[in-house]
Design a protein around this ligand. Structure first.
Ligand code: ATP
Ligand code: MG
Length: 546
């Protein structure tokens, strides 16, 4: 195993060596306002990866301090996506369970003279905050007495004031070069029903106040978040210190978020796609949500592998979607059974073959233990039209008039006659089987270079296949707006004929359709009507140097 460490692990190693931390404790804190997407997978892999590398713990904590946008559907989907990715949390928590703790912390700050109730409007606060080049102006309410602040804060809690009438601000430093420290708002009045606490509260803590308290209360040692919170770290440290949580205080560490080319990582836009009916739901196989990726047939293992390979860094960058695809392809090449499917069928009649038989076909030559299945074979089969050329180019190794080709795991055939309609379109081929050419016992003496897939006409199954592309088109002429980049052709429905064995496949089973690509059986399959989603093509387009 590669033991090279990322910068977060270096920090943790240091904390363990210095004795600051005895047991490593992380958390994954999603806001339940949408489904998890592939960016979250990165954060999950980091947090749960640390748990397993250090024999530590990792909590799943729903950051539900914002009452308006949250929903139980999201809570359930997040739990099931995390399990699917292969992780298990220690404690399952809701930040809203700590509203009492947060309230007590606010009272403590007021009593220490470190927080005050302000009657300013949001706009007044913004105006007085100053700029990067100019110090802020102190609030006219900054010097209220502790008693007055306590009385007003309790009144805020008791519903005396309407939304927006009053806020609680931390009293830090209006001249701080860090704008986040210029007396940030830590509580606001909001008469809203919360999905967990109902109507118990009409004041809600702000994220920058709530999050450090949640971490400290749970004993989180390393609070890992994305880079945009770097400037908030001094406030984070201020909150846990001034609220007098016990050592070791949690430490916030920031890393660069994952961005992928032509991939939407904004829950807001993903939700819009769902609400506008542009996709079949949050788990549409084109969606970059974990449930979409799962339905698309990406194995969880490949996703974890991808997150490991792209590493953890402090610099924002964009990873090519084709890199993820190549991780998926590599995984499926090892794990997916090979089956035969024909997308553009051309009938072949085998004139010298009568009756039928069951051929033994290897499932996956790359598997550790080789297994076989039975595939029916009889007088009429279908091959793919693209595997026959009436006028073949030079070095054409597939079927042509008077030519030979091997049918995969079956026989070598010779093309005796091409049947065409009035317009000259090829409608059928009449071929003969070369004697003694059966795969595995070939004594025909004929060497053929081409091997093609086929399906037995009598037993094959017609299926629906979704060919999938990115939901976003490439950026053209600087147009980056997602709404204008929606790829109207991101899903094409085609039909195919597949071998009979697929009738016993289960939803989420993945296959290589030989010589075509990887496909997964979709949950929309029912009553013998199978629907497959394209996972990835066989060919790798990922270029390390690009
Ligand atoms: P969005 O902007 O899509 O709503 P978010 O950051 O608000 O995402 P949260 O539910 O708050 O979503 O995120 C939970 C955790 O996942 C946070 O720690 C967040 O930093 C992390 N995370 C979110 N998006 C990414 C990403 N693209 N790459 C890495 N980590 C991410
Ligand atoms: Mg968020």
């Amino acid at each position: 195993m590669d033991e090279s460490k990322n910068f977060i692990e270096d920090i943790i190693d240091g904390d363990l060596q210095s004795g600051k931390v005895k047991c490593v404790y992380t958390r994954f804190p999603p806001e339940p306002n949408g489904y998890l997407h592939i960016g979250h997978a990165k954060s999950l892999c980091i947090n749960f990866g640390i748990k397993s590398k250090y024999g530590g713990k990792c909590n799943l904590r729903f950051d539900d301090t914002n009452p308006s946008k949250e929903d139980v559907e999201y809570v359930e989907s997040i739990k099931s996506d995390i399990k699917w990715l292969g992780f298990s949390w220690d404690k399952l928590l809701f930040a809203s369970d700590y509203f009492d703790v947060m309230f007590d912390c606010a009272v403590k700050l007021i009593k220490k003279g470190l927080a005050y109730v302000s009657d300013e409007t949001a706009e007044e606060i913004r105006e007085r905050r100053g700029t990067l080049y100019q110090a802020g102006v102190e609030s006219p309410f900054r010097n209220r007495t502790v008693e007055e602040n306590l009385k007003l804060f309790y009144e805020m809690r008791d519903g005396v004031y309407p939304d927006g009438a009053k806020v609680l601000r931390a009293k830090i430093d209006m001249a701080s070069p860090n704008l986040n420290l210029r007396d940030p708002v830590i509580y606001r009045v909001l008469h809203a029903t919360h999905h967990n606490t109902g109507d118990k509260w009409c004041i809600y803590p702000m994220y920058d106040f709530a999050h450090p308290i949640e971490d400290a209360y749970e004993g989180i040692t390393h609070s890992i978040c994305t880079l945009e919170f770097e400037d908030h770290r001094p406030l984070y440290d201020w909150v846990v210190r001034e609220c007098e949580f016990p050592e070791p205080l949690p430490q916030q560490i920031e890393f660069a978020r994952l961005n992928i080319t032509n991939t939407i990582m904004s829950k807001r836009y993903l939700k819009k796609l769902v609400d506008d009916g542009k996709v079949m739901g949050w788990d549409d196989p084109r969606m970059p949500t974990l449930s979409g990726i799962r339905r698309r047939g990406y194995p969880a293992e490949a996703l974890r592998d991808f997150c490991e390979r792209i590493g953890v860094s402090k610099a924002n960058s964009e990873v090519q979607a084709s890199y993820l695809e190549s991780c998926v392809r590599e995984n499926l090449n090892r794990t997916a059974d090979r089956v035969m499917a024909v997308f553009d069928p051309l009938k072949v009649v085998l004139s010298n073959y009568e009756g039928s038989e069951e051929l033994s076909v290897e499932n996956n030559g790359n598997a550790e233990v080789l297994t076989y299945r039975k595939v029916p074979f009889s007088k009429e089969i279908f091959i793919d039209r693209s595997d026959f050329a009436l006028v073949p180019p030079p070095k054409y190794y597939r079927l042509k008039p008077d030519g030979y080709v091997r049918l995969k795991s079956a026989y070598i055939i010779h093309c005796d006659e091409v049947v065409t309609d009035e317009e000259g379109n090829v409608t059928e081929l009449h071929c003969s089987i070369v004697p003694n050419s059966k795969s595995g016992e070939d004594a025909s003496g004929i060497k053929v270079k081409g091997v093609i897939q086929w399906v037995d006409a009598a037993t094959c199954v017609d299926v629906t296949v979704r060919k999938l592309q990115s939901l976003l088109t490439d950026v053209v002429d600087g147009v980056t707006d997602f709404n204008e980049r929606f790829n109207e052709n991101s899903m094409q429905i085609v039909s195919a004929k597949v071998e009979q064995s697929l009738l016993s496949a289960n939803v989420e089973d993945r296959f290589q359709f030989m010589r075509v690509g990887y496909y997964v059986l979709d949950k929309d399959s029912r009553d013998g009507k199978l629907v497959f989603n394209e996972i990835v093509s066989l060919k790798d387009s990922f270029n390390q140097s690009k």
